[in-house]
Design a protein around this ligand. Structure first.
Ligand code: F6R
Length: 253
């Protein structure tokens, strides 16, 4: 079931997301978290860091698998997703480094790296909650609009729209990697529950289309309508603006 949880500001939506993760961790100390990067989860990670510091939650027994990594960036490149995760979460909580996992963007043989990462995800014995952002084009992970939904980890070509969107983090557009390794839609759908974070006006149209429009690989996030468990959508007022206009009954405040 899709549960749309309203936050007035991006900060409020991040706190709502942290509440969802907190209840998972309180129920299961050794939960497996599927994690995402990008601007959407940053506020939630800040809140989780504060809750860990206060002793409310602990990551000591948590394992994590991240959705994706850019091809060609090393873990110490400041725009790599490995760097992002350390900077925004791992370095500030009690998670053990050896319990954190990301695809290796420098792998010489991407197909072998995808197979290795599939095995890593499988070895977790199930992801308790998968955190997602949503791309302007409806991508989840780096699963771009396509003719079919992807199953396992794959090497993907980023679309122009994604490269444009991510250029804000790099010195110039030319520096944005054009490929990534990403968990597949099938793997994302295997999680026990999903937490989708969306902030800002730019996400309003695609969020409505994904959650209420046709289910199609042309809008990868639309598959979440078929998710077997709970999908928590924590979004701010701007990202929810189209949904609140067209489906006000679907939003819980
Ligand atoms: C990040 C990821 C992407 C982002 C999406 C939204 O690990 O997989 O799907 O979640 O591009 O990015 P932001 O949050 O920066 O708008």
């Amino acid at each position: 079931m899709i549960k749309i949880i309203y936050g007035k500001t991006a900060h409020d939506a991040g706190v709502n997301g942290a509440d969802v993760i907190t209840s998972v961790l309180k129920n299961k100390k050794n939960a497996v978290l599927g994690l995402a990067t990008g601007s959407s989860p940053i506020g939630m990670y800040k809140e989780l860091i504060a809750r860990c510091a206060s002793g409310e939650i602990s990551f000591a027994d948590v394992k994590s698998v991240n959705l994706d990594e850019y091809v060609g960036l090393s873990a110490d490149h400041d725009q790599s997703y490995a760097y992002f995760m350390h900077d925004n979460l791992f370095n500030h909580v009690d998670i053990k480094e050896e319990n954190t996992n990301l695809p290796n963007g420098l792998a010489k043989d991407p197909a072998a790296e995808c197979a290795r990462y599939d095995a890593v995800v499988a070895s977790m014995g199930g992801v308790d909650i998968q955190v997602l952002g949503i791309g302007n084009n409806g991508h989840i992970g780096f699963n771009e609009p396509a003719a079919a939904f992807s199953k396992g980890t794959g090497l993907v070509d980023l679309t122009d729209s994604t490269i444009d969107a991510n250029a804000r983090f790099f010195a110039s557009r030319d520096e944005v990697p054009t490929q990534a390794l990403s968990m597949g839609v099938g793997q994302i759908m295997n999680a026990d529950s999903i937490l989708l974070l969306a902030m800002g006006k730019g996400k309003a149209e695609i969020l409505e289309k994904s959650l209420f429009g046709d289910v199609t690989p042309a809008v990868p996030a639309s598959i979440l309508q078929f998710f077997k468990g709970d999908v928590y959508v924590c979004a701010d007022e701007d990202a929810l603006s189209v949904i609140m206009e067209k489906h006000p009954e679907a939003v819980s405040k």
